[in-house]
Design a protein around this ligand. Structure first.
Ligand code: FEO
Length: 392
């Protein structure tokens, strides 16, 4: 895709990655993604904001063919999907200065072995003039690494936010035209990348609140011509209460755990609790992560195998623990043959959740009437907890 004009002397020079299907070797990307870089030509100086993932380097270099001079390369974030092509840009424009936070400088040297003399570090709130356009650098740590910042283009009121507010979507539409379509890809992105840092994100949202933003231009996905849409979505994901919902990732080997899952789902629905169940044999982990954003309770369903939880269940528990959702309650159900340490292992793996453990239900072999009764009690306990907290 060619260079695209956003406003007078402001251009998108990124790459759309239609074919990428996995991010961080972990989260599926059913809709692809993009790596957005932007070129801003001031009356006196020109700046490039971020670069693209190295496999797309050729695209960026070809977009820069008619650009005689770049004075500044702004690196908002050291991760290579945005910084990885900077060495080639510096080779093409050796006089360009690389603008970063002090923390990012060390990380970029570690990751890309860039020379010390190429850097200018900027403090929070510092500005650089391009002539008739002014770049203000706002430090926004932990969206989603410790070194991250955003750029406020004062005269045009555009916020270049890098990963912050990004979405995984490949499209020829530069701007969000259908907010309903981008909500899912943005939530998928938030769930994997931002959710663990909710408390800091809240502070960063507050920090950006005084700015009268006309447009948010992130480094993944589309530009937001109505910034309130994504800012409100972030506020909901970060600050909103959990919903009256149970996330039930499960795996079953000989149907006993599956019977328990089916029974519990019915028992919860009867009590007006919403459920999303995920068969871990074929689950899109991105969907599971998205569901974790606002569910009040997680119930993990697993057989005992090799004296502990099934490895798929352990994987889901590890992921939930790492993503640190706002989940309030946790339980475990499943079947075992003769013994093991399934409960202890899963409880140990989910300490970050700080969730209250509701009595697990483990049954020997196929579930008996007594086990189904215990599942009824579990469903009743979950429904009661959700009601006590007014989760809706
Ligand atoms: Fe899109 Fe954290 O890189």
């Amino acid at each position: 895709m060619k260079t695209r004009k956003i406003k007078d002397r402001i251009y998108w020079v990124g790459s759309v990655d239609w074919d990428r299907r996995l991010f961080d070797a972990l989260i599926p990307l059913p809709d692809g993604t993009s790596y957005n870089a932007y070129l801003i030509e001031g009356s006196e100086r020109t700046a490039l904001l971020d670069s693209v993932d190295p496999p797309m380097a050729g695209e960026l270099l070809s977009k820069l063919e008619g650009v005689p001079r770049i004075d500044y390369i702004v690196s908002h974030h050291a991760e290579q999907d945005h910084s990885g092509t900077i060495p080639l840009i510096l080779k093409k424009y050796p006089a360009a200065k690389l603008i970063t936070t002090p923390k990012a400088k060390g990380m970029l040297i570690d990751l890309l072995r860039l020379p010390d003399e190429s850097f200018i570090t900027v403090e929070d709130g510092e500005t650089i003039s391009l002539g008739d356009k002014t770049l203000k650098f706002i430090h926004t740590p932990w969206v989603h690494w410790p070194e991250t910042m955003v750029t406020w283009l004062e005269e045009d009121r555009i916020l270049f936010s890098c990963d912050f507010f990004g979405s995984h979507i490949a499209t020829s539409d530069l701007y969000v035209t259908d907010e309903k379509l981008v909500y899912g890809p943005a939530k998928r992105y938030f769930a994997e990348i931002m959710m663990p840092f909710r408390n800091v994100i809240e502070k960063n949202l507050e920090k950006l609140a005084p700015y009268d933003i006309a447009m948010i231009a992130p480094s993944h996905g589309q530009i937001y011509p109505r910034p309130a849409f994504i800012i409100e979505a972030y506020r909901e994901w970060v600050l909103g209460p959990p919903r009256n919902r149970v996330i039930l990732p499960y795996v079953s080997m000989h149907e006993s755990t599956k019977q328990m899952v089916d029974y519990l789902v019915s028992a919860l629905v009867e009590r007006d609790v919403g459920v999303e169940q995920f068969n871990l044999e074929a689950t899109d982990l991105g969907k599971l992560a998205m569901a974790l954003v606002d569910a009040a309770t997680i119930v993990i369903g697993t057989p005992t195998v090799l004296a502990g939880p099934h490895p798929y269940a352990a994987h889901a528990a590890f992921l939930a623990n790492a993503l640190r959702p706002k989940t309030k309650f946790l339980s475990i159900i499943g079947s075992y043959g003769w013994g093991g340490k399934t409960l202890e292992t899963l409880a140990g793996m989910t300490a970050n959740l700080k969730a209250e453990l509701i009595d697990p239900v483990l049954c020997k072999g196929v579930p008996s009437e007594e086990d189904f009764k215990a599942l009824d009690n579990l469903a009743a306990a979950i429904a009661e907890k959700h009601k006590e907290h007014n989760f809706i």
